[in-house]
Design a protein around this ligand. Structure first.
Ligand code: AMP
Length: 218
């Protein structure tokens, strides 16, 4: 299973990628998670990325492409993976294609999650996450059992700095300008499957599983 999860920030693709990764035992490569962890650990990658993330902008292509190149070499990725949040520009998509060609592998499906801007803003504003185990919650429709604490590891939940109102608007604008063109790019390659992201995590997950099943048969 080699999939790309595409869509605007806040659409829930990370949550869905996490679920599919658990149920289908496939590793998830989330560039956002890798970058946030680097920032937290104060590595040189984190130092390079922090100002871009905080401003709601994309980290430069060469940095992210190199990160993914390294990730794909991991032994657990040899049988498949779910890419969450990568590629996000045409340049990244072209670089990925080149990397895969070198290893004789291909992307099988690109799931494009769709939701209105209004709902995206609502979801991003309510998002809280665990800085320790990265579990993501939403105050409106997927709250933690105990207010402010992670269900898994009990750490104190935080709001991502880039989920503040001004940065949310910037990220949506960046998505429109830099990431949205990937929809036609993958449509052209006949890899795109649209996923309606309205509804509960469970509702959307059913659509994801059904799309993946259909993809396997087709
Ligand atoms: P995410 O968790 O996927 O919403 O990513 C959070 C932030 O990390 C983004 O707003 C970007 O600043 C950065 N980021 C994540 N993935 C990428 C990518 N593929 N290319 C460039 N920047 C990225």
């Amino acid at each position: 299973m080699r999939l790309i999860f595409l869509g605007p920030p806040g659409v829930g693709k990370g949550t869905q990628a996490q679920r599919l990764s658990e149920t289908h035992k496939v590793p998830k490569i989330s560039t956002g998670d890798i970058l946030r962890e680097a920032v937290q650990k104060n590595t040189s990658l984190g130092a390079k990325a922090k100002s871009f993330i905080d401003a709601g902008m994309l980290v430069p292509d060469d940095v992210v492409i190199e990160m993914v190149r390294e990730g794909l070499k991991e032994p657990d990725c040899q049988k498949g993976y779910i890419m969450d949040g990568f590629p996000r520009t045409i340049e990244q998509a072209e670089a990925l294609e080149k990397m895969l060609k070198e290893t004789g592998s291909i992307i099988q499906q690109v799931l494009n999650f769709q939701l209105s801007d209004e709902e995206l803003v609502r979801r991003l504003s309510g998002r809280r996450s665990c800085p320790h185990c990265q579990t993501v919650y939403n105050l409106a429709f997927h709250p933690p059992k105990q207010e402010g604490a992670c269900d898994q590891c009990k750490s104190l939940l935080v709001q991502r700095s880039d989920d503040e109102p001004q940065t949310i608007l910037k990220r949506l604008e960046v998505y429109q300008r830099q990431t949205r063109p990937l929809i036609s790019y993958y449509e052209g390659q006949k890899l795109l499957i649209n996923i309606n992201a309205v509804g509960s995590v469970e509702d959307v997950f059913e659509r994801v599983v059904s799309a993946v099943q259909k993809g396997k048969m087709g």
